[in-house]
Design a protein. Sequence first.
Length: 124
Amino acid sequence: MSTSSDTPTAIAVEEPIVDLHRTRDQLHTRVAELQWDLGGLVYEMAIRDRIRVDVIVRQAAALQDVEAKLAEVDRILKHETAGTAGACSHCGAPHSANASFCWQCGQQILRHVDTSAIFGEPSA
């Protein structure tokens, strides 16, 4: 007779589902909005003859960040036919075989292996 302590319990872990096509569409929309906003910002500053470079640089940096994410999603989708190499252990986003860092959260995917563990001195 088996008791409840003898039976392994399955724990359901809900993994986030990442729809890369929808993410790409959202990022395209965000890039367009940021470009529109940046252009409008510069125009408004120019007609008032008061250019604030720090504000422009901050907006441009936000645009670059979104464009970088979009480029990574496009790269992953381009290699989708070969399949993704895995998912980030931190956020669950898929990554390609050549990825060193997660495109979503920046977590390191490739780990440095201590060569002494591989090529260590044999024990005597």
